[in-house]
Design a protein around this ligand. Structure first.
Ligand code: SF4
Length: 344
């Protein structure tokens, strides 16, 4: 019978960890969250990077701006919803900002404003999953706690030539078991975890990796890296159609605030049940969110505007949190409407 937890290779774990840590010491990229062991700064970076690329977070200044506006747990815990969502605008997946605020509030109320160092206590924090717990424990406190993200999963499955689907229980168990073995063998847990991620981002990339530059190529078992990792077939995308209305009056735009959805608190154009029969659409655009592929039509319906909503000036509009696809669509619709200057 197959061993359910086969090792990475016949080499001891320290053969991997010492090679990876040494490579990381020389080749690591200089990233702002690597210059600190402040658990708050590390938490912010991890939450931002959950669904956003490093380059986007850095090049567009999201991380720097956030840290300047919210330098600690208390400033996030006490921020208004509007401030919080506005600062997160452009990063998408706004529930991350809400969940970060909830976590900061619990740090203040239950931990005296200080991140606990006990890994079990970190895992108990709201919204903290195994990956984030491992990142905080290892990067902030240098504890031998594992982490597995997409990059680490790719590196480990290739090193071990393991074709068990990584999104099934057995594959996940193997990844966490292997990551635990490695981090416990490391001289510096924070370097080992960061090195696994860095290797996945720089060399052991999706598709064909750059094995010639890999510090552990001599220990790597796979001969088919492009086929790994294996995942279950993705769920099909669902098509959705949305119709939104552009109402203009006295130099203002009618907006409504979302309630009861993952975008609660964000602003958008009023939605219509259907396309108005009597007026052609101003524009059509497409965007994707989670497993949906959305076609958004923007119309300028005849007749009076609905009573529900808030009339917003172009100046106010710039300060309201709004999902990026809606902001782009609104700006394009205003250009198409042709009688309104966005910059008031
Ligand atoms: S040798 Fe190649 S496939 Fe193996 S871990 Fe290194 S980069 Fe990845």
């Amino acid at each position: 019978m197959d061993d359910p937890m086969p090792p990475l290779s016949s080499a001891p774990a320290t053969a991997f960890t010492s090679a990876l840590e040494e490579w990381f010491r020389v080749h690591q990229r200089d990233l702002p969250w690597r210059r600190t062991t402040d658990p708050y700064a590390i938490l912010v970076s991890e939450v931002m990077l959950q669904q956003t690329q490093i380059q986007t977070v850095l090049d567009r200044g999201y991380y720097t701006r956030w840290m300047a506006q919210f330098p600690d747990f208390a400033s996030v815990a006490q921020a208004s919803e509007k401030e919080l969502l506005k600062a997160w605008e452009g990063l998408g997946y706004y529930r991350r900002a809400r969940s970060l605020q909830r976590l900061c509030q619990v740090i203040l109320s239950d931990h005296g404003g200080v991140m606990p160092q006990d890994p079990a206590a970190i895992r108990q924090l709201p919204g903290v999953g195994p990956y984030t717990a491992g990142a905080i424990a290892s990067f902030a406190f240098n504890l031998p706690e594992p982490l597995v993200d997409g990059n680490v999963a790719r590196v480990l499955t290739r090193l071990g030539d393991n074709a068990t689907p990584i999104d099934e229980a057995q594959g996940r168990a193997w990844l966490w078991h292997t990551a635990t073995t490695l981090v416990r063998a490391a001289a510096q847990p924070r370097h080992l975890n960061a090195a696994l991620m860095e290797l996945g981002q720089l060399h052991c990339r999706p598709g064909q990796p750059d094995c010639a530059a890999c510090p552990v190529s001599q220990l790597c078992r796979t001969r088919r890296p492009g086929d790994l990792p294996v995942k279950k077939p993705p769920a099909a995308l669902t098509d959705l159609t949305e119709h939104a209305a552009l109402y203009l009056q006295g130099g203002k735009i009618l907006l409504q605030q979302e309630t009861g959805s993952r975008r609660t608190g964000l602003w958008r154009l009023p939605l219509l049940e259907d396309a108005p029969a009597s007026a052609p659409a101003l524009l059509r655009t497409r965007y994707g969110i989670t497993r949906y592929r959305v076609t958004l039509w923007v119309h300028q319906p005849p007749g009076p505007a609905p009573a529900l909503g808030t009339w917003v000036s172009p100046d106010e509009l710039a300060h309201l949190p709004m999902p990026s696809p809606y902001r782009r669509a609104l700006e394009a619709a205003l250009r198409a409407a042709g009688d309104f200057q966005l910059e008031g």
